[in-house]
Ligand binder design. Structure first.
Ligand code: NAG
Ligand code: NAG
Length: 321
């Protein structure tokens, strides 16, 4: 959906799926847009990884504008897509700052001096504040535009913020020791983002525990509250959704991305969602014997390589009808 190279202001006009205000931000920050594009790809890859064993496997994202109406209903899946997208933009822009690719930002210089634990802050601390602020302005601006339903705007903004929190609340301290032969006489440390896989895992956990909400008026403002009043209220880090998900069982040509599970591989022994019973929605499955080639009987040779044989074995592969 996004061109492979964003080089000048004109490219901003040609990007599909951006609203006018995003095109304006693009023009003002052309140098950041390559990181945004990279972030979008990161979000798609992570979504497909996290959902590889589920009926909905995130395949819709590939065929639609990345920040377009990716998921039109306010489902749990939409909540995940918004959270991971907002997080990925913050992540990729922060990475670009740290690697010195951008003129507008660099390392976080607010992290300096000696820590209470006695180590020296040094090196390049990730400037997560810059990445988060950019994501807030670029990604969230969609929800503040005309034509968006108020409750969907609240849902999307909440989930965007929850996605960014998944990075912010998992920042880590990385250190390096200095001194004779690896002794740690002097330790220098910097703040670093978690790997993006960790961010994906956190957001997937929030997906599993997402709260169904509805819009309610409190005084003059509208807020989202749990639909079931017995549930404890969601926090800033939780995902929320408005609409129950479809079962994703059948192909629906009228709904882009509703591919159904026919042809999907399943696990015959699993009782979970990747098992044939649930994955195939009770339609049954076909079993085929397929040959796989593996490395086997590997021997270590002095010095230093490993020599293996190629083994062929037959395995059963199950596919949903
Ligand atoms: C997702 O599932 C569809 C069928 O429902 C399949 O065609 C596609 O290859 C799958 N995508 C991934 C990334 O596994
Ligand atoms: C299938 O599911 C079982 C039980 O959950 C698991 O132990 C096994 O590793 C799975 N097989 C594959 C090929 O994923």
């Amino acid at each position: 959906p996004l061109p492979s190279f964003i080089s000048d202001e004109e490219t901003c006009e040609r990007l599909r799926g951006l609203i006018h205000k995003q095109v304006q931000i693009c023009k003002r920050s052309v140098e950041v847009m390559d990181a945004v594009r990279h972030g979008a790809q990161l979000a798609i890859d992570e979504c497909q990884f996290q959902f590889r064993n589920r009926r909905w496997n995130c395949s819709t994202l590939e065929t639609m504008p990345v920040f377009g109406k990716v998921v039109t209903q306010g489902t749990r899946e939409a909540a995940f897509v918004y959270a991971i997208s907002a997080a990925s933009v913050a992540f990729a822009v922060t990475r670009a700052c740290s690697s010195g690719e951008l003129e507008k930002c660099g390392c976080d210089h607010n992290v300096h001096g000696v820590s209470p634990e006695g180590f020296q802050w040094s090196g390049c601390s990730d400037n997560i504040a810059y990445g988060v602020a950019f994501s807030q302005s670029f990604v969230d601006v969609r929800e503040r535009s005309k034509g968006q339903s108020p409750s969907r705007a609240l849902m999307n903004l909440h989930n965007n913020e929850a996605g960014r929190k998944a990075i912010l609340s998992h920042m880590r301290v990385e250190c390096k020791c200095h001194g004779v032969s690896g002794s740690c006489e002097v330790k220098t440390c910097w703040k670093a983002m978690p790997p993006f896989r960790k961010v994906g895992n956190v957001i997937k956990e929030k997906f599993d525990g997402a709260t169904e909400v509805e819009q309610r008026k409190v005084g003059t403002t509208k807020v989202l509250v749990p639909r079931n009043s017995q549930f404890k209220p969601h926090t800033d880090e939780d995902l929320v959704y408005l609409d129950p998900s479809p079962d994703f069982c059948d192909h629906d040509p009228r709904t882009p991305g509703m591919l159904g599970t026919a042809g999907r591989q399943c696990n015959r022994t699993s009782k979970a969602i990747d098992g044939c019973e649930l994955m195939c929605c009770g339609r049954g499955f076909q079993t085929e014997e397929v040959e796989v080639v593996d490395r086997c009987s590997c021997k270590f040779h002095w010095c230093c390589y490993v020599k293996c044989k190629q083994c062929r074995k037959m395995v059963e592969m199950h596919t949903c009808r």
